[in-house]
Design a protein around this ligand. Structure first.
Ligand code: ANZ
Length: 839
């Protein structure tokens, strides 16, 4: 009976489902393990080969932990609000709820074919009314705590999307998802006060077992800096101009001040004869896109005609306007220190402004030509002269505070989170705008508030949300006062649901609360969270923020949601492009002498992201059809380390499939029963050693997420066992159990052939016995000039070099050799070492 995944796999999947094999246990006296995937957006395109990579990794861990005796929570759900469903609705008029349901069904079917051990009874979608209810409930908690507010703010408006975006969604003036340009506009929007949590979001990163890169990105995004706010008196006026600096010790070197073009002080201080020039500059800056601004650096700038006085040096400092100073950071004004800041240096050179060195630069650096941004002893700085710059930083703040010209200040780059969108397919805000102008929250017992059906889902050019068209829904009465009221028509961003879904998996059917406190205490935090690195400062920052708010509100008992995070690397694919830029199907490309051809046309082979337009998308369904889910799973993890990007190669799948065929033939006999070579004998010392080394290594590798090396060790074990004629049943069983998390279907089949009627899903993991894993040792003879002079016990099978090392490491031999003068050393592996010495 040959190995046939097509019959085995559906059968075991059905068996697991019928027996509720992966239903989460409720026995809270057992140790728990919560292993979670970043849940997918169920797009219409369906699953691609990248999705199952992380899912397979978490599934191996989930299955391994169950066998280790843990109570495992391993759930799956759908992050189902989002733009594609809405765009599709605009095109076709089909309600997003309908397409979402369809896409989820399709996705789920594809995921299920891979045999993951999810507890499907806990499946949730962020669009489920019961889920929406608690998302809105959490918003009300934020609102009650003063953490949600409306404000007229400069927003990132994306004309192509017809909505505003959060700062985290914009890079270099473009929407990160699509690359579409983003404009600045003033709009009244809902904001969440994430800035109030900046310090805690920063500090608590230290205790997380997360990739350093992600932690660094969050630290940089939060952007804490320590410095001072310094006040400069405006010459001839009452007003002071405040700047923010991280280098207060350079105050004696500050020779001019620069304010952002949007700075309100410009109108106050500008000299009449400079008005036109300044306003023209400001208009130019305002019309510039964010992209141009970020590239503007120090070019341009205009003088206001006003001066301030340097409180330390007494120097007159001209006030300039330039767009390299941003209004949204610090005070929107800087003291420029051209000797020690490169941008200020460029500006000073361009406009011929004085450069004063206050930190002694190394001899090779002349601050007239380049800024010295390093440390050193202070110079030209009055009371700070001779101090080291880092010490002077504190002294300068103390001096400023004593004289009332400055105060120490901590500053963050993090801004409040813009939390409303002009979209249809998102959670409505549970908020009413009463006729008397009051904004009131809906009572909790009226949740969920669901969006009405619309005929027209289109976004508008002026930012009026599509929900505003549903007049009958918008006009209502405030249940508390009976007054006429209008519903809020903005919706929440897609991030809302993913901010707390991991909590709901713990208690998905609770109708009293988002989560039961006892269950929360048992299951949280998530022990292992696996997903793509693209969420470093979006989802992962937002979810940490909500979690901390819920902690303060007493809803959760842990400070952090995800104690360990792992980012899987992207799965890439080969693409084949000809000189004209046209892509060809990979199966049509053939290699000849290291070059690639489609027919007679030479094509270039490249490793690229999978994409329809490049014809290189791998459909997991096709792979399962051809090789089976077990081969697919095994290959996803055997390709290379989980965290690196790597190209998909079909012949790699074929390779692991051959391995599974070999395993099958090793265990199964011709007639469908067990192979006659499998016998009830004790393993030889050699096989026992390989087995126990493998048990140890595979366990350690899975714990450390090194799945590829775990698989190769299992392959080595199967080779060792395969080479013997009488295969000890106990060893074969242990091997099958260890392979099972990776290739569960075939292993279940082999396990039952080995005589076990129960599924192996909850079988204990093989026990490691250190005594049996010890390497073989033997006695080596040590000779001097051919005469026996001693013996050394060391591992068997050492190389000549290893043998010599072992002999030299023996204290008795080492003492003897110290008296002699060695001419030559000869090692005969597995036998002896001979030292030729001078008499
Ligand atoms: C004087 C100085 C001297 C500065 C020196 C730097 C070097 P981080 O670390 O990112 O917080 N700055 C302050 N507000 C700004 C704004 N709105 N737009 C552009 N630049 C601004 O950076 C703080 C430093 O960036 C501040 O320290 C200020 O320049 C500048 F040798 O002040 B510094």
């Amino acid at each position: 009976m040959p190995y046939d995944p097509k019959t085995i796999e559906p059968r075991w999947q059905k068996h697991w489902e019928d027996t509720h094999a992966f239903r989460t246990g409720e026995d809270r006296s057992r140790p728990k393990y919560y292993v979670l995937d970043m849940f997918p957006y169920p797009s219409g395109e369906g699953l691609h080969a990248g999705h199952p990579e992380g899912y397979t990794a978490t599934d191996v861990v989930a299955r391994y932990k169950r066998m280790m005796g843990f109570n495992v929570l391993h759930p799956m759900g759908w992050d189902a609000y989002g733009l594609p469903a809405e765009r599709y609705a605009v095109r076709t008029g089909i309600h997003p709820a309908v397409t979402t349901r369809r896409n989820i069904a399709n996705f789920k079917e594809q995921v299920k074919r891979l045999g993951f051990s999810y507890d499907w009874e806990r499946e949730i979608s962020t669009t489920d009314p019961e889920f929406v209810r608690w998302t809105q409930w959490i918003f009300l908690k934020l609102y009650e705590r003063g953490l949600a507010y409306q404000a007229e703010v400069p927003v990132n408006w994306c004309p192509a999307q017809g909505t505003v975006l959060a700062n985290e969604e914009v890079r270099d003036g473009r929407y990160v998802e699509t690359g579409e340009p983003v404009e600045r506009r003033m709009m009244k929007q809902w904001m969440l006060k994430i800035t109030e949590y900046a310090d805690r979001l920063l500090e608590d990163l230290d205790e997380l077992d997360w990739p350093e890169g992600v932690k660094t990105m969050q630290r940089n995004w939060i952007g804490r800096s320590e410095g001072a706010e310094v006040s400069f008196g405006v010459e001839g006026r009452e007003e002071v101009l405040k700047v923010y600096t991280t280098r207060p010790e350079t105050i004696f070197g500050a020779t001019f001040v620069v304010v952002s073009p949007e700075h309100p002080m410009i109108d106050v201080v500008v000299a009449p004869e400079r008005r036109d020039e300044i306003f023209a500059y400001r208009a130019r800056a305002a019309s510039m896109s964010v992209i141009e601004k970020s590239q503007a650096r120090t070019k341009g700038g205009a003088f206001t005609g006003a001066y301030v006085v340097n409180p330390a040096s007494g120097a007159r400092m001209p006030v300039w306007v330039a767009d390299y100073v941003l209004m949204g950071y610090g005070t929107g004004a800087i003291m420029a220190v051209p000797a020690h800041d490169e941008r200020d240096h460029g500006f000073a050179r361009e406009h011929d402004l004085p450069i004063v060195e206050v930190i002694a630069a190394p001899a090779a650096v002349d601050v007239r030509h380049a800024a010295w941004e390093g440390e050193g002893p202070m110079a030209n700085s009055g009371f700070m002269d001779g101090m080291h710059a880092s010490a002077a930083r504190k002294a300068a703040i103390e001096w400023m505070e004593r004289r009332n010209v400055g105060v120490g200040r901590v500053q963050y780059k993090l801004r409040d989170w813009l939390f409303s969108r002009q979209r249809y397919w998102g959670e409505p805000f549970p908020i009413l705008h009463r006729q008397d102008g009051e904004v009131v929250p809906l009572p909790e017992d009226s949740l969920p508030l669901l969006a009405p059906e619309l005929v027209d889902y289109r976004p508008t050019a002026d930012g009026e949300p599509p929900l505003a068209r549903a007049e009958g829904w918008v006009r209502t009465t405030d249940p508390a006062s009976g007054e006429d009221a209008m519903r809020e028509t903005n919706t929440m961003p897609q991030w809302a649901g993913s901010c707390w879904y991991y909590l709901r998996f713990v208690d998905p059917k609770n109708v009293e609360a988002p989560i039961d406190p006892e269950k929360e205490k048992y299951w949280l935090p998530v022990d292992l969270y696996v997903g793509g690195a693209e969420h470093a400062v979006l989802h992962l920052l937002y979810a940490r923020f909500w979690h901390k708010v819920l902690f303060d509100a007493g809803v959760v008992s842990t400070k952090e949601p995800f104690s360990k995070l792992f980012n899987q690397g992207m799965i890439l694919a080969y693409s084949y492009r000809d000189a004209a830029g046209k892509y060809h199907r990979p199966e049509d490309a053939v290699e000849r002498d290291g070059r690639w051809f489609v027919g007679d046309v030479e094509v270039e082979r490249q490793v690229e992201k999978m994409s329809k337009s490049k014809l290189n998308v791998v459909d997991p369904g096709d792979v399962v059809d051809r090789y089976g889910a077990d081969a697919m799973r095994l290959y996803e993890l055997f390709m290379g380390p989980l965290d690196v990007a790597k190209p998909w190669q079909m012949n790699g799948v074929a390779g692991v499939s051959r391995f599974l065929h070999r395993v099958w033939r090793m265990v199964m006999g011709e007639d469908g029963g067990l192979s006659s070579q499998i016998v009830d004998v004790a393993p030889s010392a050699e096989i026992a050693r390989v087995l126990h080394k493998t048990i140890k290594a595979v366990g350690e590798d899975v714990d450390a997420m090194r799945f590829n090396t775990a698989i190769s060790k299992l392959m080595e074990l199967s080779n060792a066992v395969g080479a013997t004629d009488a295969k000890p049943k106990s060893v074969v069983e242990a091997f099958v159990l260890m392979l099972a998390p990776f290739a569960p279907h075939v292993c279940e089949e082999l396990w039952s052939a080995l005589g076990h009627p129960e599924s192996l899903s909850h079988e204990p993991w093989p026990v490691f016995d250190p005594a049996l894993a010890v390497d073989d040792v033997r006695e080596y003879v040590v000779q001097v000039n051919g005469k026996l002079r001693g013996k050394v016990v060391a591992p068997a099978g050492l190389s000549s070099e290893g043998l010599l090392q072992a002999v030299h490491a023996d204290p008795v031999i080492a003492a003897m050799l110290a008296e002699m003068s060695i001419v030559k050393e000869v090692a005969v592996p597995n036998r002896l070492v001979n030292f030729v010495v001078r008499a």
